[in-house]
Structure formats: structure tokens, C-alpha cells
Design a protein around this ligand. Structure first.
Ligand code: AMP
Length: 360
């Protein structure tokens, strides 16, 4: 079976690394000449709106998936005429736009911060008067890793901020005084069977994920599964979906969903029976799902900007390095380490060692 992937970054690369042992082949559509997934399959180096390249991709593969949610809706609509695309165009439409996403949470009775659609500075002034400060202004689409958003703390922060974010449609959200951030990664098969990984506890810095620790018997696991199950069933979702939550007042508030394999699920490569990457492929290919059970105690440390000395990283007991083969650049995710240990104390020790290498 040959899988077409829209996007050829590290998520596409890790999909191919998981699918190759299943006998799958891959083709990536990515306009970047140095797309890091290209080493693992065919590379169609063309824009996402290039219809002849899309046609070529569709003709050469059995089905198509994507590794980022900012894929233009027209690209998926066009491809869907020729080849099955999973997750669906509808899932992508909702997940790529914060207004549709938050409106879905509200419709499904999933708690989420107060929010308002912002089309102008006047809308922003009015929404701040209702929601209050602090609040967070985010572009409705194309935001990632903390880009396209600004925390508003004082009335001065509000002045002229709509233009500062590019004058594009935005969402204003109430600021959540969270005690922690967790995410749930799940996989849903074509027939509706759904499996959930353990919740991951996430630590961000400047909006970028730094650390994910897979939890054991988290008290909010069942609640998170209920919320994610509602979203997946509503969208008749196929593949892996990630749901990011704020932990607040002993409960959960929905932040956002990602209709794809997710950075907070990278620990599953060595830390779960079947990784999020393999399970995504199994789901979209109509194959039986794999176990989402945790193996040992596991965590993931992101390498941002550069990968520390390979020798030092792999010398840490329980450490597995994933180097994405990308050019080093400040703020860019260029690799990660999965840490898998027999007990929590060893895991904490391994995390500290790897974080020490990042800082050093
Ligand atoms: P996002 O791109 O929406 O996931 O936001 C990136 C990060 O900014 C989140 O992981 C939080 O750490 C922080 N953040 C986003 N929205 C809010 C909010 N409404 N209240 C407090 N912190 C937020």
C-alpha cells in the first residue's frame, strides 16, 4: 500500500518510519526542497495548490493523509475527487480554524475558555469589555508553536493589537489560570473503534512544547476520553487526533484539537505498545488498531534549535534519540528524545540529564 502525505516534515518522516515495516510506501507533497521526510519516500516538490502535482500524487497512491492542519481546504477537496483522504475534509475544516473548533466544543458541552470572534479592532474592544483581562488574542488559522497569538494584560496591550496580528480574523479567549496542561492522543478506526493513550502532562516555553510526560492512572483520564470521544464521534473521525486541555479547578478546559499525529504523542514510539504513528496508519489503511498501553515510564524532551551531542544524548540510560535531519535554526523543532525507564525515579533522573544537555 502506498500512502500520500501532504507535508514532508518530521511528522511525515516518523509516519514513514512507522509504516515501512508494515510494507507501506510513501510519497510526500511539500514545496520545500529540503523536506526532511523526502529521504523516506517519493518527494513531489510543489505547492499545495498545484493541481497537476496533486493529480500526480493522487494517481500514485492508495490514500492520502496530512501532517499539518493548515492544508488549504481546496487541496483536500480536490484530492478527494480521486483518492480517499483521511482524516476527512470536515475534520480539517473544523480543526484548522479556532472559531469552528471552539464552537464545536461548545455545541458538544465540552468546557472551554470564553471566546469571541474578532474581525476588527472595534470587535476586540467590545470583546475585552465582556471577557475582561487578561485574555489571549489568537489568529483563527495558521497559528502554531505560540505564533499568531498575544496575551493581553492591560488596556494598553489592547490598543492597535488587531492590526499587530496582521488584521486577519482572530479569536479572543479568556486567560485560563491553569495548574497544568495535558493532552490526550487517541486513534479511531474506519468502523468507529477508538483507543486512547494515557494523558500526557505537557510543559511549554514561549508557546513551544518542551517536555511531555506520559501519566499513570491520571484522575482526569476518563473525563478527557469522554470529551475526545464526543469530538471523534461527531466528526466520524478516522486516524489519530490530539486534544490539548488546561487543568483548572480539578477539571479540564478544552484548548485545541490537532487532526493528526501530535508532538505530545512522540513518547509513544518507544513508550507504548503501538506508536501514534503506526496506529494512525493502521486506522487510515483499514487495518486492526494496535494497543495504546504504556510500556514502562515514559517522557519526551524536545530539541529546539539544535540537537545536543548525539553521543551524550544516547549515553543517558533509557534514552532514544530521534534526529529529524533538519537544518538547525532557533525556535525550530529539530529532534526529540524519548525516555523510557522502569520506574518514575529513574525517569525523573533521565529527564534531568537530557534537559541538562539541552541547557549545556
Ligand atoms: P495554543 O497555540 O492555543 O495551543 O497556545 C500555546 C500555549 O499558550 C498553550 O499551550 C498555553 O500554554 C498558552 N495559552 C494558550 N491559550 C491560553 C489561554 N486561553 N489561557 C492561558 N494560556 C493560554
Amino acid at each position: 500500500m502506498k500512502i500520500g502525505v501532504i507535508g514532508g516534515g518530521q511528522l511525515g518522516r516518523m509516519l514513514a518510519l512507522a509504516g515501512t515495516p508494515l510494507g507501506m510506501e510513501f510519497a510526500f507533497l511539500d514545496p520545500a526542497e529540503d523536506a526532511c521526510a523526502a529521504a523516506l519516500g517519493d518527494h513531489l516538490c510543489a505547492g499545495y495548490a498545484d493541481e497537476s502535482a496533486l493529480r500526480q500524487l493522487a494517481d500514485g497512491v492508495d490514500l492520502v493523509t496530512f501532517e499539518f492542519e493548515s492544508v488549504p481546504a481546496e487541496t483536500v477537496a480536490f484530492l478527494s475527487n480521486f483518492v480517499p483522504v483521511y482524516p476527512s475534509a470536515e475534520a480539517l475544516r473544523v480543526a484548522r480554524d479556532r472559531w469552528f473548533e471552539k464552537s464545536l466544543f461548545r455545541e458538544l458541552g465540552i468546557p472551554t475558555p470564553e471566546f469571541a470572534d474578532i474581525q476588527s479592532q472595534a470587535d476586540l474592544d467590545a470583546a475585552v469589555a465582556t471577557i475582561g483581562l487578561p485574555a489571549v488574542l489568537k489568529t483563527r488559522t495558521l497559528g502554531y508553536d505560540g505564533k499568531g497569538q498575544k496575551v493581553l494584560r492591560t488596556p494598553e496591550d489592547v490598543t492597535g493589537t488587531f492590526a499587530e496580528l496582521g488584521g486577519v480574523p482572530c479569536l479572543l479567549e479568556g486567560f485560563v489560570p491553569f495548574t497544568g496542561e495535558v493532552s490526550l492522543v487517541a486513534v479511531r478506526a474506519r468502523g468507529g473503534e477508538t483507543r486512547f493513550y494515557p494523558l500526557a502532562h505537557n510543559v511549554h516555553e514561549s508557546g513551544i512544547l518542551k517536555l511531555s510526560v506520559a501519566s499513570s492512572a491520571h484522575p482526569l483520564q476518563a473525563l478527557a476520553e469522554d470529551y475526545l470521544g464526543r469530538v471523534m464521534d461527531k466528526l466520524d473521525y478516522v486516524g489519530v487526533l490530539a486534544f490539548e486541555f488546561f487543568e483548572v479547578d480539578g477539571g479540564l478546559k478544552a484548548n485545541e484539537i490537532a487532526p493528526r499525529v501530535h508532538n505530545s504523542g512522540h513518547w509513544t514510539i518507544e513508550g507504548a505498545e503501538c506508536s501514534q504513528f503506526e496506529n494512525h496508519l493502521r486506522a487510515i489503511a483499514g487495518l486492526p488498531l494496535g494497543s495504546t498501553a504504556k510500556v514502562g515510564e515514559s517522557a519526551m524532551v524536545n530539541f529546539i534549535g539544535q540537537v545536543p551531542s548525539i553521543e551524550d544524548v544516547i549515553a543517558v540510560e533509557g534514552c532514544h534519540l530521534h534526529h529529524y535531519g533538519k537544518a538547525f535554526k532557533p525556535g525550530r523543532k529539530v529532534g526529540h528524545a524519548t525516555l523510557r525507564c522502569a520506574d518514575e525515579a529513574s525517569l525523573r533522573n533521565a529527564i534531568a540529564q537530557v534537559q541538562g544537555l539541552v541547557q549545556g
